[in-house]
Structure formats: structure tokens, C-alpha cells
Design a protein around this ligand. Structure first.
Ligand code: IPE
Ligand code: IPE
Ligand code: MG
Length: 248
């Protein structure tokens, strides 16, 4: 598959809070698990569309560190879907030259799921196309806390001078240390919050809240979001480029 020419104004990194599976199912009188199942179809559509249009990084929030508060049966459904997705779709991801990365707390995951996540990462590590980042058992406060502990360890062991602790040293110890910050964060289902997603990295991300439940979100809605993004003006605390050189 050839990647289209990258369009000007295309975000390098899009992150998505895939929300609304339960409400999608409820609206149809179905159990929540149907919504999660249907949501995997949206994952496939959006991964394909993002790769084809030339997005370099796509991060999908699949399971949060707070999702453990859900009933055990639902947690098992979600874990089962991730396992099935990796088993069934890894070959296609490989053939599309997609590199898989996983962010989130790993130490509390069971060995079988950990092994699958590692297999997905290892078997695609040489790919040079889009990076698909799966945020699994991910919580931003957990990630930042782990990074802070890693900084502390390095200071205590003499590897890092306390006076050298800076934003870059913290960012270098986040799970996302080898990727750019998200340019665009999309949340589906009409909720307007970040729910502990990429709090550090979202500092200057454009936020987009769309009404569709995740199972109703596909390539068309994704491309529409990219087009809306291209009309946004990002200033990073500075001035608009046209005004930057102007006399005041
Ligand atoms: C998103 O859908 C999937 C996950 C959080 C894993 P929800 O399950 O949160 O669906 P709603 O928000 O209850 O509709
Ligand atoms: C955020 O959705 C987590 C994922 C999409 C994986 P939630 O449905 O868990 O968020 P809240 O609880 O509504 O904030
Ligand atoms: Mg939700």
C-alpha cells in the first residue's frame, strides 16, 4: 500500500479517546459488550484511514488505569477484545508497515496479555510507516509518577545531577519518550474531558470533541476532524505567524 502525499496542515500525531461504546449499545437495547465489539470495527477503519492519509502517529486510548473500577465481566470483555485484535490484525498491521507501541503501566498486567503486547511491539519494531500507539492500562498521573520516580532513582544513583532536572529529563522518562506530543486529541461521544489521558503531552494539543459514539466513528468522521484541525491556528504562546513580524 502506498502512502498518499502528506497534506499541508496534517497533524503528525493524532490521539483519540474512544468513548461511547456502552451508550451506543444501550441506545439499541443491547448489552455494553456489543458496543465494545462494534468499536473494534471503528479501530480498524481509523487505523487504515490514518495510515493512508499519512498521519505519522496514532494513539488510541483503549483501557484506562481507572477502568479497573468497572465490573469484572466488562474488564474481561475489553481485555479479550484487545487480545483478539492483536491476534487477528497483527498480520495486516505488519503488511501496512505499521509500527506498534504500547504505553501504560505494564507491571500489573497478566503475563499472557503482556506477552501479546510485547509480540506486537517486537514484530513491528522495524516498520517505518505509521506508529500505532495503544494506550492500555494507561493513566497520565501514573505515567508522570513513574517518570518522577525514575528521575529520583537516577539522581540518587548519581547518574543525573539534581540541578539538571528539567522538562526534557522528565519527558525522556515518560512512556512517550520516543514520540512527538499529540497535535490533535479527539474525544468521541460528546464528553468534554481528558479523563487522565496524556496530561503532560497535551499541553498544546488541539482538542476536538465530537458527538458520535465510538462505534459510529469511522474514516469519514476521522477525515472530517483532520480537515477541521487544518483550519485551527496554533500559537504555542507566541503570536500568529502573520502578526509575528508586524510592528505593534
Ligand atoms: C469506551 O466506551 C470504551 C472504554 C472506556 C474502554 P465506554 O465503555 O466508556 O462507553 P460509555 O462511555 O459508557 O458509553
Ligand atoms: C476514557 O473513557 C477511557 C477510555 C476511552 C479508554 P471513560 O469512559 O473511562 O471516561 P470517563 O469515566 O467517562 O471519564
Ligand atoms: Mg465512557
Amino acid at each position: 500500500m502506498t502512502t498518499h502525499e502528506r497534506q499541508a496542515g496534517l497533524p503528525d500525531h493524532v490521539a483519540i479517546i474512544m468513548d461511547g461504546n456502552g451508550r451506543w449499545a444501550k441506545a439499541r437495547g443491547l448489552p455494553r459488550s456489543f458496543g465494545h465489539h462494534q468499536g473494534v470495527g471503528s479501530v480498524r477503519d481509523v487505523v487504515r484511514a490514518a495510515g493512508e492519509v499519512g498521519v505519522r502517529y496514532l494513539t488510541l486510548f483503549a483501557f484506562s488505569s481507572e477502568n479497573w473500577r468497572r465490573p469484572e465481566a466488562e474488564i474481561n470483555d475489553l481485555f479479550g477484545l484487545l487480545k483478539t485484535f492483536i491476534r487477528r490484525d497483527l498480520a495486516e498491521l505488519r503488511s501496512r508497515n505499521v509500527r506498534v507501541r504500547v504505553i501504560g503501566e505494564r507491571t500489573t498486567l497478566k503475563p499472557d496479555i503482556l506477552a501479546l503486547l510485547c509480540e506486537a511491539e517486537d514484530s513491528t519494531s522495524g516498520n517505518t510507516g505509521m506508529t500505532l500507539v495503544i494506550a492500555f492500562n494507561y493513566g497520565a498521573r501514573n505515567e508522570i509518577t513513574r517518570a518522577a520516580k525514575a528521575v529520583l532513582d537516577d539522581v540518587l544513583s548519581g547518574k543525573l545531577a539534581a540541578s539538571s532536572v528539567c522538562e526534557q529529563e522528565i519527558a525522556a522518562r515518560l512512556d512517550t519518550h520516543d514520540m512527538p506530543d499529540p497535535d490533535l486529541i479527539i474525544r468521541t461521544s460528546g464528553e468534554e474531558r481528558l479523563s487522565n489521558f496524556l496530561l503532560w503531552q497535551a499541553a498544546y494539543a488541539e482538542l476536538m470533541f465530537v458527538p458520535e459514539y465510538w462505534p459510529d466513528f469511522g474514516a469519514e468522521q476521522f477525515l472530517a476532524a483532520l480537515s477541521r484541525y487544518s483550519a485551527r491556528s496554533r500559537r504555542f504562546g507566541g503570536l500568529q505567524p502573520a502578526a509575528a513580524g508586524a510592528e505593534t
